[in-house]
Design a protein around this ligand. Structure first.
Ligand code: NCD
Length: 316
């Protein structure tokens, strides 16, 4: 693997192999010394043009636990705010000898541009580009589902027949897109639920069904309910009447949560709008995987950086 830009391009074997390596990385996290020497002497740059808490910290922890040198770059406070282009920024990183670049950008396709432009030799990991993809989030979500379902017997497994309902702001969600592709590749059955205004105009070709009634979707007792954040910062107009109406119609509120089977996993990539798309009861329940998702994010990102940056690039 040379770059990790989207889950759409991953084969089942590649995805399962990455999740299996993440299992090994998770085992390392249980040790007293959590660090591996694998990426000693390599430099990973975290290039964040958009705000992030979990993803940035998680990539930083992952790179450090593999003994890489880490440089954190955020657009605020850098020359990007003076109008420096992605090309100039990339060339600066190239001159500094970056081996890996983790990039989050508000423009869909920016990581792809960076990876294919020839501006830089580094391996590129997409940490979320616009409304396009967020591959490591989908991989950590799949890892979390696999561990809850199969525990220590997860290795080698996909998610065949697992019924996943993804609810909310599909339109603006790169997490939803990356999950749809990856989950389908792993054999899961995906249903998207949202108000019609928050469904992309064209979902033909997406390996998922789209429905508009949350109660109907939940009545099928899915194995996983993944709630998405309402991305107010990407909304320039009214996509639903008001927050109360949204919570009542499309939120996982206490009433809906209490009707779910106790085996249904409740997932959310964070940051959560408590009381809007998810109630505190649901978010903090034993069925919620929110904190596991964050912990698993480090293991999955260690696996991705390992595959991209260890040994001879392109051979893995
Ligand atoms: C997501 C993102 O940034 O795409 N968050 C994350 O990475 N944990 C989802 C979101 O912002 O709602």
């Amino acid at each position: 693997m040379r770059h990790l830009l989207s889950t759409r391009e991953l084969t089942r074997d590649e995805a399962v192999a990455l999740l299996d390596i993440a299992e090994d990385m998770a085992a390392v996290q249980q040790r007293e010394v959590k660090k591996l020497p694998t990426l000693r002497g390599k430099t990973v740059v975290n290039l964040f043009f958009e705000d992030s808490t979990r993803t940035r910290i998680s990539f930083e922890a992952a790179a450090k636990r593999l003994s890489a040198d880490v440089i954190n770059f955020s657009a605020k406070g850098s020359s990007v705010s003076k109008g420096e282009s992605l090309k100039d920024t990339a060339q600066t990183l190239q001159a500094m000898g970056a081996d890996g670049v983790v990039i989050r950008h508000h423009a869909s396709g920016a990581p792809y541009t960076l990876a294919t432009s020839g501006w830089i030799d580094a391996g590129v990991v997409n940490a979320g580009d616009g409304t396009h993809e967020h591959p490591t989030q989908a991989l950590l979500d799949a890892f979390t589902m696999r561990s809850r379902l199969h525990g220590t017997a997860s290795r080698g497994k996909g998610l065949d027949g697992v019924r996943v309902v993804i609810v909310g702001d599909i339109l603006h969600s790169r997490v939803a897109r990356s999950n749809v592709w990856l989950l389908a590749t792993l054999g899961a059955d995906v249903t998207l639920v949202a108000p019609p205004t928050l469904v992309p105009v064209d979902t033909t070709g997406w390996p998922a069904s789209v429905v508009y009634d949350l109660d109907d979707a939940l009545a099928g007792s899915p194995d996983v309910v993944m709630m998405l954040r309402i991305q107010a910062e990407r909304m320039h107009g009214a996509f639903f009447p008001n927050s109360r109406e949204y919570a009542r119609t499309w939120g996982l509120d206490d009433a809906r949560f209490s009707q779910l089977p106790t085996t249904t996993m409740v997932m959310h990539p964070g940051p959560m709008n408590r009381g809007l798309e998810i109630s505190a009861l649901a978010a903090d329940s034993a069925q919620s995987t929110v904190r596991e998702q964050v912990a698993n994010g480090v293991s999955v990102r260690m696996a991705a950086l390992y595959l991209l940056l260890s040994g001879e690039r392109g051979e893995a």
